[in-house]
Design a protein around this ligand. Structure first.
Ligand SMILES: O=c1ccn([C@@H]2O[C@H](COP(=O)(O)O)[C@@H](O)[C@H]2O)c(=O)[nH]1
Length: 270
């Protein structure tokens, strides 16, 4: 099944727009996991199994695995999600961007090595840097548009011929690059008026929205700005606020409680 069809199905079946970001930082793990060689896998696996019915996607961030030479644990984690929670798409947050020949290798990495359903991409190098990902016709390509960090405005707010750079990205992706109908855009919850602006430019294309939870984005304004008329269209990510809510052996249950409250708060405003 392609990414967008899987997303539509899980939005409906699980009645949720929440995505849990898997950003495993061993320094924040509970004591009982600290010295296990597979601690990164085990930490994330327990969170995944405790929350799968509450989410529309899981989003592992590759840097947290690569920084600790734990790419094998990322492979094992994505395989685990596909086997145990086959309806839940996995977004590999890698923010890749390079010339076509190198992008081909990044696409192999994301879709063949890691078996991700979708990958985040930096659009800054233009259309030919996206082509290798488009060759995987069923896979999701999620392009940075209006990022959640304060410095995002340095470039994304520049005027480019009468529109802002992030608006140009939204227009280009939705009108020209999305040849397989599998593209989505990243717009931060920290900038709700830009979420609304992007929504007017792209129709029903999904938005991956990081920035609630630890970054302080507001759930109500995010949902009101970004939902499509049928109450979907958003993949609202929270990572640290859920992963590290609990400090003890029952951390996965604590994560579930916070995830459930977040899912409910999102649904309240849909
Ligand atoms: O604009 C962006 C794009 C990606 N991210 C990523 O999302 C999560 C956010 O984590 P929190 O702990 O919920 O703040 C993280 O993996 C970022 O790399 C983003 O924050 N903003």
């Amino acid at each position: 099944m392609n990414f967008i069809r899987a997303l539509n199905s899980v939005w409906r079946e699980n009645n949720t727009l929440l995505c849990i970001g898997l950003d495993p930082d061993p320094a924040k793990f509970p004591a009982h996991l600290q010295h296990r060689p597979d601690a990164i896998f085990e930490f994330c696996r327990a969170i995944v199994d405790a929350t799968a019915d509450l989410v529309c996607c899981f989003k592992p961030q590759i840097a947290y695995f690569a920084a600790r030479r734990a790419e094998d644990q990322l492979e094992a984690l994505i395989e685990h999600i596909h086997i145990r929670h086959p309806a839940t798409p996995v977004i590999l947050d890698a923010k890749r961007g390079d010339i076509g020949s190198t992008a081909e290798q990044y696409a192999i990495e994301a879709f063949e090595r890691f078996q991700a359903d979708a990958v985040t991409i930096n659009p800054y190098m233009g259309r030919d840097s996206i082509e290798p990902y488009l060759a995987y016709r069923d896979k999701g390509i999620i392009l940075l548009c209006r990022t959640s960090n304060p410095g995002g405005s340095d470039l994304q707010f520049l005027d480019v011929g009468g529109e802002k750079l992030y608006e140009r990205v939204a227009r280009l992706v939705s009108k020209e690059w999305d040849v397989n109908g599998q593209c989505a855009l990243v717009v931060g919850a920290t900038f709700p008026s830009e979420i609304a602006r992007v929504r007017t430019l792209i129709g029903d294309m999904p938005l991956l929205v990081p920035g609630i939870g630890a970054q302080g984005g507001d759930i109500e304004t995010t949902v009101r700005a970004g939902c499509t008329p049928s109450g979907v269209g958003l993949i609202i990510n929270s990572s640290r606020a859920i992963l590290y809510a609990g400090k003890g052996e029952d951390y996965a249950n604590t994560a579930r409680s916070v995830a459930e409250a977040t899912r409910n708060a999102i649904n309240f405003h849909r």
